[in-house]
Design a binder for this molecule. Structure first.
Ligand SMILES: [Zn+2]
Length: 316
C-alpha cells in the first residue's frame, strides 16, 4: 500500500481524494516576521487560513499540498493546526524557495550537504516535529538557473534520489526555465516522472509546453486567478488545448493562492489586487474555472484525472 506523508502522518494514497496541488495557507517573510513581529497579525492570519481551508473542504477537496519551503515561511505546526481544525490532509515540502540569494549558512555548504538537510526533513521531521516532508521544492524564476539555483536543484535531485520522493520545481515559463531545470534533473539521474514543473500555466506557448512535456515531467496549471502573469481566458484556452491533445494525465489544476501574503502594505494591496488578480482566491477554481472548463468540453473523467489521479501518482 502506497502512502503519502501528511502533517498527521502517512495517509494511504487512495484516501487523498480531490487534491489542490499548490496552495499556501500563509506566506510571509521569515526574517521580517522574527525581527518585526508587530507587522504581523496572528489572529487575522489564522482566520484567513482556516476560512480558506473550510471553504475548499466545502467544495469537496480532501487534500491540500502546501509547497512552502525556506523563505516562504513553511510552518509545520501552523499547517497541522489547519489540518486538525478543518479535517483536510495537508502535505508539506522541504527545500528552498530562492531565485538566487542564499545565506552564508547555505552558501558554504555543497550540493550533498544541502541534500542531507532535505533528507533530514523527509526522514526525521520538519522543525523538530515528527511531521515529515513528502516532497522537495526548488525554484527558478526570472534570473534563470543561476549557480546558486542550480546548486539547490542538484541538492533537491540528490535528496529525491536518496528517498524516492518527488520534486516540485517553481519555474518561469516566459524565459523557458523549465527546460533547463529538467536538464539539471536529468544530469542528476532523476526519473522525470518524479518532477512537477510548477507554474507552467503562466504561458500559453503550446510549443514550449509540449517540449517540456516531452521531457516526461508533470506540469502545474496552478496559478488560476493570477492575471498579472496570464489572464484566466488564456489559461483556460491553454488547458483546453492540452486536454484535446491528450495531456490530462500530466497536468494539475491549482491557484497558488496565499491566505496571507505580506508582500504589499494593506494600501498597496487594495490598489493592486483589482488590477493584478481581481478573482484570485482559494475557491476561484470551483466558482468559475471548473464550471467553465466543463461547459467548454472538459469531461468529469479528465477533471478527476487532474485533481485525484495525478496528485496520487506524483506524490506516491
Ligand atoms: Zn507557490
Amino acid at each position: 500500500m502506497a502512502t503519502v506523508e501528511t502533517v498527521n502522518g502517512p495517509v494511504d494514497v487512495e484516501e487523498l481524494g480531490r487534491t489542490l496541488i499548490h496552495e499556501h495557507f500563509r506566506t510571509t517573510d521569515e526574517a521580517a516576521r522574527f525581527q518585526f513581529p508587530h507587522l504581523y497579525d496572528d489572529a487575522a492570519e489564522w482566520d484567513a487560513a482556516i476560512t480558506d481551508a473550510n471553504a475548499v473542504k466545502g467544495h469537496g477537496i480532501q487534500t491540500v499540498v502546501e509547497p512552502s519551503a525556506m523563505f516562504l515561511q513553511r510552518d509545520a505546526a501552523f499547517s497541522k493546526r489547519v489540518a486538525d481544525e478543518s479535517g483536510l490532509n495537508v502535505v508539506l515540502a522541504t527545500g528552498i524557495y530562492t531565485y538566487d540569494h542564499l545565506p552564508q549558512v547555505l552558501l558554504n555548504r555543497d550540493e550533498d550537504q544541502l541534500a542531507e538537510i532535505f533528507v533530514h526533513d523527509i526522514e526525521q521531521g520538519i522543525q523538530s516535529t515528527d511531521i515529515k516532508a513528502a516532497f522537495v521544492k526548488c525554484a527558478a524564476d526570472e534570473p534563470g538557473v543561476t549557480p546558486n539555483v542550480e546548486k539547490v536543484h542538484r541538492a533537491a535531485a540528490r535528496a529525491s534520489q536518496q528517498t524516492g520522493r518527488p520534486i516540485m520545481a517553481h519555474s518561469h515559463p516566459k524565459s523557458e526555465t523549465g527546460l533547463r531545470q529538467m536538464e539539471v534533473f536529468a544530469e542528476e539521474g532523476v526519473d522525470p516522472s518524479k518532477v512537477q514543473v510548477a507554474h507552467t500555466g503562466d504561458t500559453d506557448d503550446l510549443d514550449y509546453i509540449e517540449r517540456l512535456l516531452d521531457t516526461g515531467c508533470w506540469i502545474g496549471m496552478d496559478r488560476y486567478g493570477l492575471d498579472v502573469f496570464l489572464p484566466t481566458e488564456q489559461r483556460q484556452a491553454t488547458v483546453l488545448a492540452l486536454l484535446e491533445k491528450g495531456h490530462a494525465d500530466r497536468m494539475f489544476l491549482s491557484q497558488d493562492w496565499c491566505s496571507t501574503l505580506d508582500w504589499f502594505t494593506p494600501e498597496m494591496e487594495e490598489q493592486l489586487k483589482p488590477q493584478m488578480a481581481p478573482n484570485w482566491s482559494m475557491t476561484f477554481l470551483f466558482e468559475q474555472v471548473i464550471p467553465e472548463l466543463k461547459e467548454r468540453g472538459m469531461t468529469d473523467e479528465q477533471l478527476d484525472q487532474m485533481m485525484v489521479e495525478n496528485p496520487k501518482a506524483w506524490l506516491a
